[in-house]
Design a protein around this ligand. Structure first.
Ligand SMILES: Nc1ncnc2c1ncn2[C@@H]1O[C@H](COP(=O)(O)OP(=O)(O)OP(=O)(O)O)[C@@H](O)[C@H]1O
Length: 272
């Protein structure tokens, strides 16, 4: 299989059984710099189905985080439109939860209190017991069932990122946005957290978009890998559907006869 750069990636028309959850239309981002305007993204088209898990790969600096933060409503859009569940994105909102590389927990608060901050905002009408139930449920799911009351500062980096994942899912968002979520972790912890993420995602079926530099991770997580061209004027260059059955088993994925073809296709894209 040879990776070939497509001229344009068109928006895929949605269907009744697979409606779009996230759409980027003619998206453009320009950063003003002392040397003049820098056009990071231009004419970018992307549509992601409800319950789909998409990975985004591309060279460093091509604009992946810019795209994700624009979807999150944390970064102004210079042109085009973004829709989540058919509503136009104008600023940040609880329908989009973000997991960054560093979870940025409040260090003096416990794991539970850190998750509770968002839960209080999203479920203001729920009783204290109900809110605690939500926090405990997701902390338990990420493997912190015995660590609710540990302060963030006393948690390892991997445990802190587990809290970050619990915090994001606890908001019950429509779209989960992950920006290199495991980039700072050792490979063993990284693998463990990929499994944790997929296990909860499998249950919740929240539409998810994950940026990663790791080709193997992009395949393991996603139903579709989106490849971004290098900037400036970056756009979606190609995409690859990953048809492996779910729930995914790492060993089965690695042993799948087509695994190395997919891997080679993605590496070939990145090397050109
Ligand atoms: N606030 C800003 N002002 C000016 N230029 C910026 C700003 N933020 C990002 N850039 C530039 O925009 C380009 C895209 O940055 P971005 O962080 O989105 O890329 P990326 O693909 O996520 O990179 P990486 O993979 O290294 O994290 C880079 O050239 C970066 O230097």
């Amino acid at each position: 299989m040879q990776a070939q750069l497509k001229d344009t990636i068109e928006l895929v028309p949605e269907t009744a059984e697979k409606p779009n959850m996230l759409v980027c239309e003619d998206l453009r981002k320009v950063y003003p710099t002392p040397k003049g305007d820098y056009v990071v993204l231009d004419d970018l088209q992307l549509s992601i189905r409800q319950e789909e898990f998409v990975s985004i790969i591309g060279h460093s600096g091509c604009g992946k985080s810019t795209l994700l933060t624009m979807i999150a409503g944390l970064n102004d859009i210079s042109g085009g439109k973004i829709y989540v569940d058919h509503d136009q994105v104008r600023d940040a909102g609880p329908d989009r939860a973000v997991v960054f590389q560093s979870p940025s927990l409040l260090p003096w608060l416990t794991a539970m209190q850190n998750v509770m901050i968002g839960v209080k905002q999203v479920f203001p009408g729920a009783s204290r017991a109900e809110k605690e139930e939500i926090c405990k449920y997701y902390l338990d799911k990420v493997g912190l069932g015995n660590d609710f009351h540990k302060r963030a500062t006393d948690l390892s980096q991997g445990m802190q990122q587990r809290v970050g994942i619990a915090r994001a899912f606890a908001l019950k968002p429509k779209v989960l946005l992950l920006d290199e979520p495991f980039g700072m972790l050792d490979s063993l912890t990284r693998g463990e957290l990929q499994d944790v993420l997929l296990e909860i995602w499998q249950k919740e079926k929240i539409t998810a978009v994950a940026i990663t530099h790791d080709v193997d991770e992009s395949i393991f997580l996603a139903d579709r890998v989106i490849m971004m061209t290098s900037g400036p004027y970056a756009k979606i260059g190609d995409e690859l559907t990953i048809p492996f059955e779910r729930p995914r088993n790492r060993k089965a994925v690695l042993e799948h006869p087509e695994y190395y073809d997919y891997r080679a296709y993605l590496l070939n894209f990145l090397n050109h």
